[in-house]
Design a protein around this ligand. Sequence first.
Ligand code: AMP
Length: 396
Amino acid sequence: MKGAVLVVNSGSSSIKYQLVDPDSGDAVAVGLVERIGEPDGLITHHHRGVERERRGPITDHARGLRLAFGMFAEDGVDLATAGIAAVGHRVVHGGEVFYRPTLVTVEVLAEIRRLSALAPLHNPANAIGIESAMAALPDVPHVAVFDTAFFHTLPAPARTYALDRDVARRHNVRRYGFHGTSHQFVSARVAEFLGRDLGELNQIVLHLGNGASASAVAGGRAVDTSMGLTPLEGLVMGTRSGDIDPGIVMHLRRSAGLDVDQIDDLLNRRSGLKGLSGVNDFRELRRLIEAGDADAALAYDVYIHRLRRYIGAYHLSLGGADTITFTAGVGENAPDVRADALAGLTRLGIEIDADRNAVRSHEPRVVSTDDSAVTVLVVPTNEELAIARFAREFAA
Ligand code: AMP
């Protein structure tokens, strides 16, 4: 237990937590507090292979964390005295201020709250989680790790929207990028796995989960990414539209009479695969396609079409990628997505090996042929471990 890091990821009505050994990557305990603020709250807690549940109302985040700590106590672990090295907090938006993991102080917490204007669904919940955890564990360093940080190196042409510069500047409208902890972890892991110098690799990383994003990474630095001011831009996602013509927003406002909150809900929660097919889970989408559902088949084709566009764009903007890496729930587990995203690209030096691609594994692996000029990989992401390692650097 000594030296372990508690990783906390607070959402608007949930808290994910993990107690992880930052060296081995082993998770000692993993838990999820759900439906905070509702009468049917639920905590699911796994500790050394045993799963336990606790049901009942959870009034707020502070109470949720206290109850989770209670689950640890029932396991015989007192988090306050267990010798935890640090607590690492995932924070979604770091704005222009935070571009590296940061020790949380009163001022830092206030700044995270101030950035809520840019991430109204995420930063307030992140801040509440931090505050609650600091109250419960006041004697260990609390470290904020920002989803946007890895993308602070985006060159000006990649981070700038072609908008009126004064409006953009006044309202901090620019591309920030998200999922940065995953893109950074995976791109470093690729270099390590291939035994290559990170500094000499041009990489495309495809983080395909319920949220999805692509990045171009040159020499370990992010040079482009598909998410922008918010995590809504880019690839087709489980429930998010990704790229659309911004004119659609005005059209829906004027013609359908939708207000801003309704359009926000439409684009963030009722679009993407769910909007097109009725389901956002890729496994269910597969089942619908196999049952002959035409909407599900179209949803899949739109998903792949968008993905190929981004791969093509980044291959070109990198002046040729050395690697293309799939990660997260869909990227790691859906061989058909990998095969369809890269089908027919031998002329561009990209060739998948069908047998290698079909292998199921939780380990990093190459799925391209030996002749493929671009190495295609599957590398499992582990954002919690990445956060734990960042946080440990601040341990006393
Ligand atoms: P994540 O957000 O990284 O947890 O990824 C969630 C997505 O991964 C969901 O759309 C799941 O359907 C998808 N996923 C998980 N396991 C599989 C699998 N075995 N085959 C296809 N998709 C999967």
